[in-house]
Design a protein around this ligand. Structure first.
Ligand code: SF4
Length: 93
């Protein structure tokens, strides 16, 4: 990987989300807490800045139930359980 792969989109699997909000701490520009169940509030989907890009990857990595799914430009989808996101953070973060 010469440069980190772009993120096409990300989403929260609200069926497995525990609503504990550790993702909000990791990705404050993209996710916000809210006083209801059903996952964090997504306030931005823009991951084209380095800050936002690594915020959502760190959030996916930090999520205890891997509820954050990230689709990359090649169409592959990864969550925090795979080595893919970890390797990007270690190499480029
Ligand atoms: S860290 Fe994961 S389980 Fe916790 S609120 Fe965020 S998406 Fe849900």
């Amino acid at each position: 990987m010469a440069s980190p792969p772009k993120i096409a989109r990300f989403w929260i699997d609200t069926d497995v989300c525990l609503d504990q909000r550790s993702c909000v701490i990791e990705a404050p520009d993209l996710l916000q807490d809210r006083p209801v169940a059903g996952g964090p509030l997504i306030v931005s989907t823009a991951t084209d800045t380095p800050e936002a890009y690594f915020q959502i990857l760190n959030a996916a990595w930090a999520c205890p139930v891997s509820a954050i799914n990230v689709e990359f430009e090649d169409g592959s989808v990864h969550d925090g359980t795979t080595d893919y996101i970890r390797s990007i953070c270690e190499k480029f973060g």
